[in-house]
Ligand binder design. Sequence first.
Ligand code: HEC
Ligand code: HEC
Length: 254
Amino acid sequence: MHTYLKKLGAVSIVAMSVVLSPAMAAGKVTGADYANGKTIFEQGKGDVPACNSCHGAEGLGDDNLGTPRLAGQIYQFMTKQLEDYANDRRMDTVMYVMNANAKGLSPQDRKDVSAYLNSLGRVFSGKQLQVASGGSDVAALKESGVEVGVAHLGKELVNFGNVERSIPACLSCHGHSGRGVEPMFPRIGEQKFVYLVSQLKKFRDGSRTNDPMKQMQVVAKKLSDEDILNVATYLTQAPPTTMGNTRIPVEYLP
Ligand code: HEC
Ligand code: HEC
């Protein structure tokens, strides 16, 4: 259905889903042991190595390894990913570790570590929300020889899609600036550049197929290499707050 959304329709649907976003965002996950999640993240468990050894000390991901940012990611989405890895519905073809890592954790551990990770990356100073940026330094990547795209072209696709090529606006599912919509649409704003590119290519070539109803595969198959670089360049630098709008997104309330 999203394919048919016109610009205004997409914007109002996003506005609606943000307003109607469930209360969990504003609170803690019930039944999750945050202390156990923190221990797993920092020390690992049994044969499973510490998550921070690859995902960064603050869970912000690492372009050199191709790992994603997990800090502040949507809780339900992360537990689903860990379950998909554990059941081989999603295969880690970047470092070939996540399937074993997820299998080495119990369902409760996966819940605990996801809840803990969801709570990372939000800092309030006074009334002002300050989210640890964590996005990639695009200029530095370019300097080091990584091919990057053009941010404003990416922004256009994210916000409006492309009607002629029937590409839906990414924000119609992922929310404003790609900040994510509970429970199923992950945060893609301020995600690491290398990871964004790798996942869009995986959805496009069919090596990642754990998206419900092929929602991402359908979109990714319409994207050119250039489109992928452009959206990743914009998204990695897209903060959840906007200039002139100081309202704190409900997803980020403590
Ligand atoms: C040896 C490196 C390594 C370690 C250790 C590691 N990860 Fe990962 N993780 C990765 C890589 C690489 C990916 C991306 C794989 C892919 O393309 O599917 C990933 C992906 C993920 C994702 C998917 C995120 C998303 O946005 O879809 C989650 C969730 C995750 N890891 C959680 C964890 C947790 C929890 C731990 C600790 C128990 C952990 N990881 C330990 C390398 C690692
Ligand atoms: C019809 C809804 C929909 C649209 C439109 C959409 N996505 Fe997605 N996207 C999803 C869903 C659902 C997932 C999570 C799949 C899963 O559960 O593994 C996802 C996952 C992703 C991921 C992987 C995130 C991660 O952490 O693993 C990326 C990157 C992504 N989308 C980028 C985009 C971009 C860029 C666009 C616009 C060009 C877009 N999406 C448009 C529904 C959508």
